[in-house]
Design a protein around this ligand. Structure first.
Ligand code: ITT
Ligand code: NA
Length: 218
């Protein structure tokens, strides 16, 4: 059983629908999020901390909403901004801008205490210098062997989806879903299956599932 380390049951619901309810369970653990760090660094750090606490295979998902006209705000601060400002005010901040385009990004970090084979494919490259998206801009996998002098290996799976910031619509999903429109519907107007088929998390989970399938890792 894979532990999805998060305080957010909405993420686990999506992962269970994608990977199977028998495969994933929530481990409610609030790992340390280093303020201002990028998603990959937060996710990698969280996966190591959680693995040390749990001693079983874990995934951590760090996500953010990046609004182009606001220079990528709230990005890595999305959780704080949802709590303090709320999604309605993120819409109000964006509304007067000409450009309402945005993207959701997710980095899923996997850690089971063991190492990983060296880069077997084009989407799998060593990424010690930074955390830029892999060649396929909507997703990819990298091995994050050493960040901050850490030696516990972590595998990273990324997903990204472009969209538009709109006035809130819909009551499904969670977080910023009501103000994020993709293909004419907000994520809050989609059921989980439809959101997973296009979403940042769905893409990251699909790369993860492919990797689990080929490696037989879990
Ligand atoms: P954990 O860190 O415990 O996993 P969190 O909700 O704080 O839970 P993140 O830091 O990754 O998770 O999320 C940043 C913010 O983005 C937070 O306010 C989430 O509700 C929101 N968010 C993440 N994924 C989302 C999604 O698929 N749709 C809408 N909002 C999302
Ligand atoms: Na968080």
């Amino acid at each position: 059983m894979l532990k999805f380390v998060t305080t957010n049951p909405g993420k686990v619901h999506e992962a269970r629908e994608y990977l199977g309810a028998e495969t994933v369970e929530q481990f409610d653990f609030d790992y340390t999020e280093v303020q201002g760090d990028d998603l990959a660094a937060v996710a990698a750090h969280g996966a190591r901390e959680a693995y040390r606490a749990v001693g079983e295979p874990v995934i951590v998902d760090d996500s953010g909403l990046f609004v182009d006209a606001l220079d990528g705000f709230p990005g890595p601060y999305s959780s704080y901004v949802e709590d303090r400002l709320g999604i309605e005010r993120v819409w109000r901040l964006t509304e007067p801008e000409d450009d309402h385009s945005a993207a959701f990004e997710t980095v899923v970090a996997y850690c089971d205490g063991d190492g990983f084979e060296a880069a077997p494919s084009s989407v799998d490259h060593d990424d010690r210098r930074g955390h830029d998206l892999a060649a396929d801009e909507r997703g990819g996998a990298t091995t994050d062997a050493q960040v901050d002098g850490e030696t516990l290996p972590v595998k990273l799976f990324r997903g990204r989806v472009p969209g538009t910031i709109v006035a809130p619509r819909g009551d499904g999903g969670f977080g910023f879903d009501p103000i994020f429109e993709h293909d004419g519907a907000t994520f809050a107007e989609m059921d989980t299956e439809r959101k997973n088929a296009v979403s940042h998390r769905g893409r990251a989970l699909s790369t993860f599932a492919e990797w689990v399938e080929t490696t037989g890792r879990i």
